[in-house]
Each structure stands twice: as structure tokens, then as C-alpha cells.
Design a protein around this ligand. Structure first.
Ligand code: ATP
Ligand code: MG
Length: 577
């Protein structure tokens, strides 16, 4: 591809909304152009990369025995009513939806569980047709609250979504393993450094799930991992071991204590001499359900925090949010900071960390008053215990005895779920089993953010000058630079190399523009192809220069052997690591 005859534009300025390097570099390199928030044009070079990522994903899906199909983007409301997700997605405002001329509701697919379940239930009637894994690579639409980071969180983005159908749980286990393996292979082939973590299944639902996280300091997701064993989890899902609270003696009679203006654990610790771990924190939430709203109080140990994702799951709520001050006043009868479980007019859930705290302190539901020497079960009824605590770095690993959790950040590029029979039961999708019984399909679903993979690769592979594409997904393998196109010799050598590179299967971008060498080298660094081949003054002596984007040194080689030298470097860069 000759730059002189193609659309090749680089920008000096970083877009004002670019918060992460991948966004800035892809925009400056002319790879992407914003049309509206979270909606981008993929330029020709970007599209080459995205096609390479897609092809790797496709090959690994096919290797795992999955079959590709293509489903509609437009989906009728009815199937979302059947699965019971229409209201939740509308409430979360994530769904792009519209009405047709007959006033019927449609949505632009944010995911395709409903469509695939409908498709499969009409075609598959017998266990003999199972197992089955189907996938597509297609544009998805989600009205994200905060579209940002360029391709990382778009409102329109490219996803590979796969769905497995099995006769039983063991079958699902096998299908899930196969996808897990395919994901490992696909992300490794894309040249990414990633961590597989336990994940919260979120709005999609189901029993078990894992996310594939590209390790990057700018990642939106927080991960907790154990250096001693292989435990790693998204903080939304993570568990931990915590030290028991210091003992506070045998039960004493409950007392009320004036605590003017003391609303924080720190203030109360300083005032009472109690350790925060000896206190009980009462946090009020508003939980939203399809037809109602409920105020819920969560009890956790004073030094702990509530994990809102776990809370939402425990309640089966569409959403939960911290109660506002008016709600707190109404429910507790006191100013914020003084709510407690005794006589509270709300449903109470408690994290196990609040169990067995003797002579604890909690709010008295009266402004400027706390209760001390409170004993759970004696002074208020045993609440419902659920795991609601947020795990944090430095706490003990929940899996092994010795490890302490460490925090890292990641970009979620893939997510695999065991759905079980959630959708098949809701949508009446069943098959005749070997014994003649009708059974619901046991399903799994598996997503890869194809466009996000490309952005994550840049996030992990760049320097101050620009992108350093992993060879497997670079738009081209090599940048051939003719330093001075006016110079007959340089021009002739470069043209000859360009032809021979193509013959050797090296995908080459040929910078034959009549521009200064400074601009060309800057552009080459910015767009970040793995190998640069420069034809300059030494061309008259039959010499050219090779530089790898990831390495420092420049090597002079004979023009005659340059193609083989470039080919060898590309092959080394493409070899599995
Ligand atoms: P996130 O937690 O980042 O919002 P999600 O859990 O909603 O993602 P899934 O429904 O699991 O996403 O979608 C499968 C994959 O699609 C994700 O692992 C991610 O790589 C990609 N993806 C999801 N949302 C977006 C988006 N807005 N822009 C680009 N890629 C996305
Ligand atoms: Mg996810």
C-alpha cells in the first residue's frame, strides 16, 4: 500500500476527551474518528487490525468446534418479554430501542441470548442434535452511561458472541472448558498479557463466570489476586479472609451514648476507644425492583465496606443505590450517620463480618446518639446473613492459607458464563432427552469485545512516540520508508524492495510521500508497525536500514538481503510466545 495514493492522515493534536493512551494514539494515528459519543468510524488501518483480531477469534472458535452464523441486529420486544429482561434493560437505560410504523417495539441488540434461544428452540428438538455452540461477530449497541476511552467503551462496538447448548450440566462444563481454552489461545495469539479472573455474572445472569482481563494500569476494572496461589477475581465478585475483631468482654447491658456530630467510624473510635472492627456499621440502600422500591439496611463490621454488586445480587434487584438523606431521615428518624438496627423501619441484611461482635456500637436511630454494648440476637433479632462485604487488598486470600491479596487493574476483553437453564426455562426452549423426557437446554454464553481487544492491545503496547502493535494484529507488518523520493537511486531501490516484500508475503505500507524524513519517521513511530525498513543515502552503496518498533537498535543490511531480513523478523514476531 502506497501512502501517497491512500488515505493516510495523522494528527498533531490529541482529542480533548482522550483520557487514556490508546484513545489518544489511535485518534492521532488516523485509526479512528469520532462521529458522536462512543460512536466511531474505523479507518482503513483500524479495520485491517479489527479484521485480524476477528480472524484469530474465528479460527479459535472453529477449532473449538463452534459454528458461525449471523443474527439480526433488530430484535422484537416479545422475545425480551419472554426472557423477562425488557424492563430491566430499559430501567438500566442501556437498551437502544425504537418503534416501527405499526408502533411495535424493537431494540438494537446489546447481546443475543433471546435471539439464539428462539432460533435453537425452533430447530433443535432432540438430544441427538446436541451439543451445539454457535457464534457470530457483529456490531452491538449499548447506551452506556459513560462512553469513553475511544473504542474501549463504545455505544456501538464489535463483539464476538457465542452460545452453547447442552443436554446437561456435565455437557455445559465441557463446552465452557472448550471456550475457556479457545479464549486463552485467541488472546495469546493477539499478543496480549492477560489474567483470567472470577467474575460477577451481572445482568446476563447464571451460575459461574470468568473474565479475561488485559493487564493495564488504566483498566476500568479492579482485580484482586493472590501471589501465593492462582486465585484472581474481579473486586465485584472477590472474597477474602479477614482477621477476627478484638474481643470486647462478656455481654454488658445496652447503653445509650451521646455522640454529637459523630458520624464517622474514625470519630467514634477516637471518642469511645473502641476499635473500628468492634463497631457495627449500618448502611441504607434503595433497591429497585420491577414494580417496587425498597429501603434495605446492610450491617457490616465497622472497618468493612459493602459490595453493592453482591447486594444487588442478594436482593435480586434491578439496581441498588445508597439511600439519599431524605430517605435516611424518614427510615431512621435521625440525621444521616446515626442509623442502627434496633427498631429500624427497613429490611435488614447483614454481612457475616457483623456476626458475633459482642458489646458492639451502632447508631441509635436518633440524631447525636449511638448505642454501645449492643449484642446481636439479644438487642435486636438475628438478621438475614449474606456475603455482602467488599474484599480489599492486603486481606487474606480466600483460597490458600498464606497469601495476601494484591490489587491490579485490567481491561475486560472477554467474559464467559454458565447460564444454565435461565433462558431456556423462561423461553420454553426444550428438547427430547434420551429417556424421552422434555428438558430445557443447559446453556452457556461467551463474549469477546473485538474492537476493545484492539484498543487494549495499544494500551498495553505503546511508548511516548506511538503504538507498538503486536505483529499478529498490526494493520501491516512493515513500513518501507523512502527518505527522498526525488533521489533516483533511493526511489529505484525502494520500488524494487516494495515489489519483493509483497512477493515474500510481507504486508507493507510504503511511505513514498514527498515529505521530510523527520515527518515520515515520526509517523512511522506513531502508527507503530512492527518493522521499519528505511531506504536513504546509503542506498547508493546498496545498503538499507532495519529497525524494529519494539527495539532500540538500527541495523544496516545489504538491500539484496533486506527482504529476507524483514521476513525473518516478522516471522519471529508472529511466532507463538
Ligand atoms: P463491561 O463490564 O465492561 O461493561 P459487560 O460485562 O457489560 O462489559 P459483556 O456483556 O460481558 O460486557 O460483553 C462481552 C464483551 O464485550 C466484554 O467482555 C467486553 O470485552 C465487550 N464490551 C462490553 N461492553 C463494551 C463496550 N461498551 N464497548 C466495547 N466493548 C464492550
Ligand atoms: Mg462482562
Amino acid at each position: 500500500m502506497r501512502l501517497s495514493r491512500s488515505l493516510f492522515v495523522t494528527l498533531r493534536d490529541v482529542p480533548s476527551d482522550a483520557e487514556v493512551p490508546s484513545h489518544a494514539l489511535l485518534a492521532r494515528g488516523g485509526y479512528i474518528q469520532k462521529l458522536a459519543a462512543g460512536i466511531y468510524v474505523y479507518g482503513p488501518w483500524m479495520w485491517r487490525t479489527i479484521r485480524k483480531v476477528s480472524e484469530i477469534v474465528r479460527e479459535e472458535m472453529n477449532r473449538a468446534g463452534a459454528e458461525e452464523l449471523a443474527m439480526p441486529v433488530l430484535q422484537p420486544r416479545e422475545i425480551w418479554e419472554e426472557s423477562g429482561r425488557w424492563d430491566g434493560y430499559l430501567q438500566a437505560r442501556i437498551l437502544f430501542h425504537l418503534k416501527d410504523r405499526k408502533d411495535a417495539d424493537l431494540c438494537l441488540g446489546p447481546t443475543h441470548e433471546e435471539v439464539i434461544t428462539t432460533f435453537v428452540k425452533r430447530f433443535v428438538t432432540s438430544y441427538k442434535q446436541l451439543p451445539l455452540t454457535l457464534y457470530q461477530i457483529q456490531t452491538k449497541f449499548r447506551d452506556e452511561i459513560r462512553p469513553r476511552f475511544g473504542l474501549m467503551r463504545g455505544r456501538e462496538f464489535l463483539m464476538k458472541d457465542a452460545y452453547s447448548f447442552d443436554a446437561d450440566e456435565e455437557g455445559l462444563e465441557r463446552s465452557y472448558r472448550a471456550m475457556h481454552e479457545a479464549y486463552n489461545r485467541a488472546f495469546s495469539r493477539c499478543g496480549l498479557d492477560f489474567t483470567v479472573v472470577e467474575a460477577d455474572p451481572g445482568a446476563i445472569g447464571g451460575s459461574g463466570s470468568q473474565e479475561f482481563m488485559v493487564n493495564a494500569a488504566t483498566g476500568e476494572d479492579a482485580i484482586l489476586r493472590c501471589p501465593a496461589c492462582r486465585y484472581a477475581a474481579n473486586v465485584e465478585k472477590a472474597d477474602s479472609r479477614i482477621e477476627a475483631a478484638p474481643s470486647n468482654g462478656s455481654p454488658r447491658p445496652l447503653k445509650r451514648l451521646r455522640t454529637p456530630g459523630m458520624t464517622s467510624v474514625e470519630q467514634l473510635a477516637a471518642f469511645t476507644g473502641l476499635h473500628p472492627a468492634q463497631m457495627t456499621k449500618t448502611v441504607l440502600y434503595r433497591a429497585f425492583f420491577k414494580e417496587k422500591e425498597q429501603v434495605v439496611a446492610v450491617l457490616v463490621r465497622g472497618d468493612q465496606e459493602v459490595n453493592e454488586v453482591k447486594l444487588g445480587n442478594a436482593l435480586g434487584a434491578l439496581a441498588v443505590e445508597m439511600a439519599d438523606e431524605a430517605t435516611i431521615r424518614r427510615v431512621s428518624g435521625a440525621e444521616p450517620g446515626f442509623a442502627g438496627p434496633i427498631g429500624l423501619k427497613a429490611r435488614i441484611l447483614a454481612d457475616p463480618s457483623a456476626r458475633g461482635l459482642g458489646n458492639t456500637l451502632c447508631g441509635a436511630n436518633e440524631t447525636d446518639v449511638h448505642c454501645v454494648d449492643v449484642n446481636l440476637g439479644r438487642d435486636f433479632p438475628e438478621p438475614e446473613f449474606r456475603d455482602l462485604r467488599k474484599a480489599r487488598a492486603t486481606e487474606g486470600c480466600p483460597r490458600c492459607a498464606e497469601g495476601r491479596l494484591e490489587e491490579a487493574r485490567g481491561i475486560e476483553v472477554g467474559h464467559i458464563f454458565k447460564l444454565g437453564t435461565k433462558y431456556s426455562k423462561a423461553m420454553g426452549a426444550s428438547f427430547a432427552a434420551a429417556d424421552g423426557e422434555l428438558r430445557p437446554f443447559v446453556m452457556g454464553c461467551y463474549g469477546i469485545g473485538v474492537s476493545r481487544v484492539a484498543a487494549a492491545a495499544v494500551e498495553q503496547n505503546h511508548d511516548a512516540a506511538g503504538i507498538r502493535w503486536p505483529a499478529a494484529i498490526a494493520p501491516y507488518h512493515a513500513m518501507l520508508v523512502c527518505v527522498n523520493v526525488q533521489d533516483e537511486t533511493q526511489r529505484a531501490v525502494a520500488e524494487d524492495l516494495y515489489g519483493r516484500l509483497a512477493e515474500a508475503g510481507v504486508e507493507t505500507a510504503y511511505d513514498d510521500r514527498p515529505l521530510s524524513p523527520g515527518i515520515k519517521f515520526k509517523d512511522a513511530d506513531l502508527v507503530g508497525l512492527p518493522v521499519r525498513l528505511v531506504v536513504g543515502r546509503d542506498a547508493k552503496d546498496g545498503k538499507v536500514e532495519i529497525k524494529e518498533r519494539r527495539a532500540e537498535g538500527i541495523e544496516k543490511v545489504a538491500a539484496a538481503g533486506a527482504v529476507a531480513a524483514v521476513r525473518a523478523r516478522i516471522d519471529a514476531a508472529l511466532a507463538p510466545r
